[in-house]
Design a protein around this ligand. Structure first.
Ligand code: PLP
Length: 439
């Protein structure tokens, strides 16, 4: 019996022993094509020698120094890199060890900002019903993933949730995109009015919704409208790019494609690409200056802030993404993947929608394509697709669980950026077989 407290205690896991580009290999020698990067993490695959060398060099020089005593070269260099490539106005980086920590830091930084500028009454957070921001209690409270929240509801801070921008399900047939955006904007305005604009601290959203909906981008103009509402009421905009950032959608930050910047942006996953655990919160000059010129101290922290080895790994990952032209590759491969998915599932009676950007693609499985009726939750269809895919030697990510109730089973694809075209054929082939086996 394993002494590891695994996620599923009734399930047997294969033992992963090696990585080979986009493949993971288990102790029986079986190979799994990683079409989801675990959870949109492994953007360089599993055996990148440049990153391995960077880690080994850093460990030999200095593995770790506590951030309340020292700064380190890799932490400074990684921050310089991120700020140089970030959307306008984001000028500081607060390093953490993962996505949930990045979201917690963003929420606490927003709160402290308002304390520093003399608006202590601002404490409300507005987020969206179909979203996932992490599993720690603050991040879980912001998220709108009903399944993940349910057992812990009594422990969650009260936060306010509005509709996401999820056109395939919620845009009316006779409504233009612009009108849909206005409907969502009116809902947000109304919520802000109810809470009192002077009491609202932040609006939090994923530019492309990942773990809850499976790669759903907003319609054109939605985020510009959100930005405008936040600005008008002095509310901070926090964009959670933990899953969709770091090149996943074809630009380093997903916000670039929305034509906006944010006050705080959270990143993780693709930042260290799984070679080391690392996340970060990018902070606007306005927030940094308010804290720097006020108390001068952010009252928050973890032991592994800016871990030197993790920063060295992330720097090597990001330099590889730039020097190998991988953002352009994500766009080309992403189109190729989309075309193959559209072709393969065009007539499939249970694939309702195929969406996404770059190498971040989602399929929504439905019982009935015309009515978009979901399968019964008790079938756990997306979980079954995941298991069938593993049998086919493919990893795909089962997304789902929303505060609007069950809305279909979502399959998320987020493969490494280093694939070639033949891998795309294999992904779609194996996925097709897995879906049919699971149904
Ligand atoms: N935010 C988003 C958008 C995510 O998708 C996730 C994880 O899936 C998180 C936050 C939490 O990240 P982590 O699992 O690294 O804590």
């Amino acid at each position: 019996m394993s002494h590891v407290f695994h996620r599923h205690l009734k399930q047997q896991y294969p033992t992963a022993v090696a990585g080979d580009g986009p493949w993971l290999i288990d102790s029986q020698g079986r190979r799994y094509l990683d079409a989801c990067g675990g959870a949109a993490v492994s953007c360089l695959g599993h055996s990148d020698s440049e990153v391995q060398e960077a880690i080994s060099e850093q460990v030999q020089r200095l593995a770790y120094a506590h951030s309340s005593f020292f700064t380190t070269e890799p932490m400074e260099e990684l921050a310089d890199f991120l700020v140089a490539h970030a959307p306008e106005g984001l000028e500081s980086v607060y390093f953490v060890s993962g996505g949930s920590e990045a979201v917690e830091a963003a929420l606490k930084m927003a709160r402290q900002y308002f304390l520093e500028i003399g608006q202590p009454q601002r404490r409300h957070v507005v987020a969206r019903r179909q979203s996932y921001h992490g599993n720690t209690l603050g991040a879980l409270a912001a998220g709108g993933n009903a399944w993940r929240r349910k057992p812990f509801e009594p422990l969650l801070l009260e936060m306010s949730h509005v509709s996401p921008c999820y056109a395939w399900r919620h845009q009316w047939a006779d409504e233009s995109e612009a009108d849909y955006v206005e409907r969502l904007a009116a809902e947000l305005e109304e919520r802000i009015e109810q809470l009192g604009p002077e009491n609202v601290m932040a609006f939090v959203a994923e530019p492309v919704v990942g773990a809850t909906l499976g790669a759903v981008p907003a319609v054109n103009g939605y985020f510009r409208r959100i930005r405008e509402i936040c600005d008008r009421h002095g509310i901070l905009l926090i964009l959670d790019e933990v899953m969709c950032g770091m090149g996943r959608t074809g630009s380093l930050f997903a916000a670039e494609q929305e034509g906006i910047s944010a006050d705080l942006i959270t990143i993780a996953k693709g930042l260290g690409a799984g070679y080391q655990p690392i996340g970060a919160t990018l902070v606007s000059a306005r927030i940094r200056d308010a804290i720097a010129n006020g108390s001068g101290f952010f009252q928050h922290g973890h032991t592994y802030i800016g871990h030197a080895t993790a920063c060295a790994a992330a720097l090597a990952v990001q330099q590889a993404v730039q020097s190998r032209g991988l953002l352009a590759r994500v766009r080309t491969l992403g189109e190729g993947l989309n075309q193959r998915l559209q072709q393969r599932f065009a007539e499939h009676p249970h694939v309702g929608d195929i969406r996404g950007r770059g190498l971040f693609r989602g399929l929504e499985l439905v019982a009935d394509r015309d009515s978009k009726a979901p399968f019964d939750a008790s079938l756990n269809l997306n979980g079954r697709v995941k298991m069938a895919a593993m049998e086919q030697g493919l990893m795909c990510y089962p997304a789902g669980g929303t505060l609007d109730g069950r809305q279909g089973d979502h399959i998320l694809l987020a493969p490494p950026f280093i694939l070639d075209e033949s891998h795309l054929d294999e992904i779609v082939d194996r996925l097709g077989r897995a879906i049919d086996q699971a149904l």
